[in-house]
Write a protein that binds this ligand. Structure first.
Ligand SMILES: [Zn+2]
Length: 313
């Protein structure tokens, strides 16, 4: 099978309640569009699965994992300074996000599929020791550590087109020369989390392995295409063995919490180009995650465009 898309109630359970921008209804909004475009019949469907604590500790601190577990039990308080509330079962829900990504990796490495899409994933703000910005466990961080420690795949390219800077990935691997990081995001002067200046290029021996491209509020598809060739060139020069795409749909015009003006065509284009690079450098291996996106129509259009591009390439 060429593409595997994860879908199931357990993934939808990662959400902060009805009416919240990151509500549990996001998965269904995506899936309705998948079925109306007939993509659910072209893509394989992966069942969500929870990861173990052994997986989480590849990236997160034991103290933090224990804290999430405790607050998941009480269902009270925040897991950060006030953006990311605990809810009953948040530990299990967040473990399913990570577990589905790791299951996708296993299936790619076993040759069962070439590309994977996990809609409710790409929680790029979580740090090793804390939640942040609706992100409890950083599935991307765990995936990168798993590639290295469990599968001896060191050189990984992470590309992020979510409106927000992928700070949880960036700062966790800022001094890691084998993590090729490229992030197109709304300028941190206008949007959470405020980081990702063009001058942030990596530290120490990792200097030059990170590419941050802040965009003016209102940046449209033409602005995207002016900077995209730099991303491709950067990934190509990094000669990755594996590619990760965080395809946040909050960079599309009409998102309620950002000011970007991309259309879903950017998401489809980025996915298609990265699949081509994955074919060239990585034996086709690429995992894409849905990331942010709080306008339901936008996330449905953007994410199905990504799956469509993965199927076509
Ligand atoms: Zn975002």
């Amino acid at each position: 099978m060429h593409v595997l898309t994860y879908h199931g109630e357990a993934l939808a359970s990662y959400g902060f309640g009805r009416g919240h921008p990151f509500g549990p209804d996001r998965l269904n909004a995506f899936w309705q569009e998948m079925t109306s475009r007939g993509l659910d019949r072209q893509s394989g469907i992966g069942a969500p699965v929870a990861c173990t604590e052994k997986d989480l500790v590849l990236f997160h601190t034991s103290d933090y994992i224990a804290r999430v577990k405790y607050q998941s039990h009480t269902g009270e308080g925040y897991l950060d300074y006030g953006d990311t509330p605990a809810f009953p079962g948040v530990f299990e829900a967040a473990s399913v996000v990570v577990g589905s990504v790791l299951d996708g990796l296993k299936k790619i490495l076993a040759g069962e599929c070439r590309r994977v899409f996990v809609p409710i994933a790409g929680l790029h703000h979580a740090r090793r020791d804390t939640a942040a910005g609706f992100c409890v466990f950083n599935d991307i961080g765990v995936l990168i550590e798993s590639l290295r420690k469990q599968h001896s795949i060191r050189r990984v390219a992470y590309i992020d087109i979510d409106a927000h800077h992928g700070d949880g990935v960036f700062y966790s691997f800022e001094d890691d020369p084998d993590l090729i990081f490229a992030d197109i995001h709304e300028d941190g002067r206008y949007l959470y989390p405020g980081t990702g200046a063009a001058t942030e290029t990596g530290r120490g021996k990792a200097k030059g392995t990170k590419l941050n491209i802040p965009m003016e509020p209102g940046a449209d598809d033409a602005a995207f295409h002016r900077v995209w060739p730099r991303v491709e060139e950067f990934v190509r020069a990094g000669k990755p063995e594996f590619i990760i795409l965080q395809a946040g749909a909050d960079s599309i015009a009409g998102d309620p919490i950002t000011h970007m003006q991309f259309t879903p065509a950017t998401h489809s284009y980025a996915a298609a180009r990265l699949c081509a690079l994955a074919d060239e450098f990585c034996q086709g291996r690429i995992i894409a995650m849905g990331g942010g996106g709080y306008n339901r129509d936008n996330l449905a259009a953007a994410w199905t465009s990504v799956v469509g591009a993965m199927l076509e390439t």
